[in-house]
Design a protein around this ligand. Structure first.
Ligand SMILES: [Zn+2]
Ligand SMILES: [Zn+2]
Length: 362
């Protein structure tokens, strides 16, 4: 076969030598070598006959010249087809001009209405894949022409029951799944409150909180509140191991569920802490509910002045503290006798542990 193809192409070369374009094409084919791989020429693939190709008869120029115009067109088609097949495959690149991108939208299947539903019921076999079933149902449909309309008008909205492997009512929507627009619920189990999505979600609050504050027991109410984003009182320990209660909120980084301490809202800073300043640190004095304190906290410098002060017996305000921190003294109104307050200048003395007031003498 390979030999005869080569022979035919040689004959075509002879035949087409007056046709410049075609003869150049054939010359090129011979130069680069005919592509005679198995996809083009394969003797094993021939059963009844091979593809339509020119035969050795192309050697007979008179025969070709005698073809009618229509015959010549068909002949050229076959020649072209053969030459294309014998060409070496090559990677070609080209530039496209004026390409436009058409915006298309894929529509969901239309909903049925009463009339399309009638037709679906009549030709229900169209929607059946099972061949045997399809054949058996064909021509029968659902209902009869007389009953179909009534079947449709009698249909009731289907109630889809939410099935879950968990018992009882869910306690909340799963907040983690909600973020992904998946409707899953959180159920209470013996040991935890967990998303019905199981491992695919992983949202779980353990009743015995062994990871965060092991001594807490999370009740159903606490779990509901935490999931709802509320702040919940929980025990925790300070650095000395002493227990105290504080507000916590649920934090979910997508992997771990944690209870995080609600940080006190910081008040407007009143001035730099003098005690920290001595150590070269810049810490602010803040106003608390009962006191003014250094933001370095309990484990920090410990600078504290109580609002209800004993010596002298006054109520210390933020204004006093600001003055003390900036100008070094403040005026207190001291009651010495009933109804006769005396204004006295005070400054603060820092003895390393406590912060005391003393009269200011310039
Ligand atoms: Zn979930
Ligand atoms: Zn301080």
């Amino acid at each position: 076969m390979i030999d005869s193809v080569t022979e035919v192409v040689s004959a075509l070369q002879e035949l087409e030598q007056d046709n410049e374009e075609q003869s150049e094409r054939i010359n090129n084919l011979f130069e680069t070598g005919l592509n005679l791989d198995k996809r083009v020429v394969n003797n094993a693939g021939i059963t009844d006959h091979h593809a339509l190709i020119p035969t050795n008869l192309v050697k007979n120029v008179n025969l070709i010249n005698a073809l009618t115009d229509d015959e010549k067109k068909i002949f050229n088609l076959i020649v072209n087809r053969l030459l294309c097949a014998l060409d070496q495959p090559e990677d070609s690149s080209f530039t496209v001009e004026n390409a436009t991108v058409k915006d298309c939208e894929k529509k969901p299947p239309r909903r049925y209405n009463d009339s399309t539903l009638l037709s679906v019921m009549e030709n229900i076999d169209n929607l059946i894949d099972d061949k045997v079933l399809k054949t058996n149902i064909k021509g029968k449909g659902i209902g009869t022409p007389a009953t179909r309309a009534a079947i449709i008008s009698d249909r009731k909205p289907m109630e889809i029951k939410h099935k879950s492997k968990y018992d009882g009512e869910p306690i909340a929507d799963c907040p983690r799944c909600k973020k992904k627009n998946i409707d899953r619920k959180v159920y209470e189990t013996k040991d935890n409150f967990t998303c019905e999505g199981g491992k695919s979600c992983g949202f779980t609050i353990w009743k015995k909180d062994k990871f965060n504050y092991y001594f807490n027991t999370i009740t159903k109410k606490k779990a509901i509140d935490l999931i709802a984003g509320k702040q919940v009182m929980m025990k925790r320990k300070n650095k000395e191991g002493k227990e105290y209660e504080a507000l916590h909120f649920l934090s979910d980084d997508g992997v771990y569920i944690n209870f995080k301490l609600v940080l006190k809202e910081k008040s407007e800073p009143l001035g730099l802490c003098p005690r920290c300043k001595e150590q070269g640190a810049e810490k602010q004095i803040l106003e608390g509910k009962m006191n003014f304190y250094c933001e370095s906290g309990k484990d920090g410098c410990g600078w504290t002045i109580w609002k209800k002060n004993n010596k002298p017996e006054v109520t210390v305000t933020a204004k006093h503290i600001k003055e003390l921190l900036t100008q070094g003294y403040t005026n207190f109104s001291i009651k010495i006798h009933e109804n006769s307050p005396v204004t006295k200048k005070y400054c603060i003395v820092n003895n390393g542990k406590y912060v005391n007031f003393r009269e200011y003498n310039g």
